[in-house]
Ligand binder design. Sequence first.
Ligand code: PEP
Ligand code: MG
Length: 567
Amino acid sequence: MYEGVNASDGIGIGVARVAVEPDLSFTPKPVEDADAEKARYEEARLHFIDMTNKQIASMQERGLVAEAGIMGAHIEFAEDDGIIEQVTSDIDAGKCAEQAVKEAYDTYFDMFSAMEDELFRERAADIADVRTGLLAFLLGQELIDLSTLPENSVVVVNELTPSMTADIDKDNVAAIVTETGGRTSHAAIICRALEIPAVLSVENITGIIKSGDMCIVDGGKGQVIVAPTDDELDRYHAAAKKLAEEKEALEAFRGIPTRTADGIEKLLVANIGNPSDANGAAEHDAEGVGLFRSEFLFMDATELPSEEEQFVAYQKVALRMKDQPVIIRTLDVGGDKEIPYMDLPKEENPFLGYRAVRYCLNNPEEYKVQLRALLRASAFGDIKIMVPLVTTLDEIRRVKELVEECKAELDARDVKYNPDIEVGTMVETPAASLIADDLAAECDFFSIGTNDLIGYTMCADRGQDKVSYLYNPYQPAVLRSLKRVIEEGNKAGIMVGMCGEAAADPLLIPVLISFGLDEFSVSAPSILRVRRIISLWTKEEADALVEKIMKLKTSNEVRAALQAAAR
Ligand code: PEP
Ligand code: MG
């Protein structure tokens, strides 16, 4: 058995598909039979085209029209007469297929990369993908494409990046296992949202598991079993059945308001990553959206989405959620969320660098495209604007000024929007927590981003397993910060929510009730479970527990006390 981080609950049983970066190095060899070598090239080309067509069909079936369009460009570059001509004449001149393919595609790659027109420059990435596909086939390496997988695949990768998950074939993924990432890494958050069991940070697992191995993945316990015995398979099938029954029992909490045992109403909303996730939020009975991570919209594109494209996406969520609140966070680029076409400088400390609101305020015209799209969508539902990574009052003031400029621009265009749109801030930095009183006076709401707040408070990378013993919400420093932020927000009379993963932590929920949190924003599949736990506590009981734990000095003591009190 192999152990890792328990990133996403559930039991997945299936066949491993190990996706490692292929080794495309080769030593050129002289060719005696040019016809045979040309036949190898032709076989590689037809195989590549066939695979790509299958990917396109699968994407179209899942409504990924833009992605399917991009794949169409791959076929064009595999069928290009000029490239075919160059490869075959090089083989006739004595080069092996690998060398001829590499040199021809390198030439085209360099040519496209140097073009003035941005659209042409972007095609260079397609050329590189075709080169990789052809070389991998010629060298006998398997390329695993996460967008088309056989049924019941257990995906094993070194790192699951947000962009890899953008078009993942989730219906066929039984589980995910990686070598990197912590419980609040974006890989973990996405796995939970997609309800895919996942175990992260299993050391060297891509070297241990081979494609085709049978695996059991227990996401709740953080365990992976390779080549299980019949007995183990029986036990885990039974455990999966029990989980399904527990899930069924939670249905009693569907369609009822979210209330503490003594009747205090809370707002229970969902975190989403793209417009179609709003369907999942509604299906899981969320009372709105507490965090739409708009950067995923930017990550799924090949250039900055236009005002119209963004408007359509935000409007779709607003209409789907009807009159329920929808908090949309403006672009949170940087950190672990890279958007290749934005060309942000590489940094030694990306989490402390040029990211989120810092980037946006430095590029106000670009930012205003998003703000105008949000304002326009606010005419179709209860949209609120949320600003990430705020550390100073100036930042929130400047954003509000830009919102006012955008309103004036829309007025001039005679376009409708909600003139009273709320602007709130994420509290996810120690600086924001320390100036929560001043921020509360300028904002319409707070949403506490514990994923980053814990990391920045404890100086512990949220994705780094070696420091994960520091990274938890039971740390006295984190609890004091949360208490302070919620109290300051309450005092100012603004709504205080939480959209970090801690909002769904069963141990922490009574603490948050006692502190006075108004809104819990969690992954859609956690909605009914969180509603149930909130219903189990009165404010008085939660206050008594909090009085006890706030006197404790270590996170282990706090966790133990919360575990002893858990319901
Ligand atoms: C957070 O930091 O808690 C948060 C919700 O934002 P993200 O996880 O996207 O950084
Ligand atoms: Mg954050």
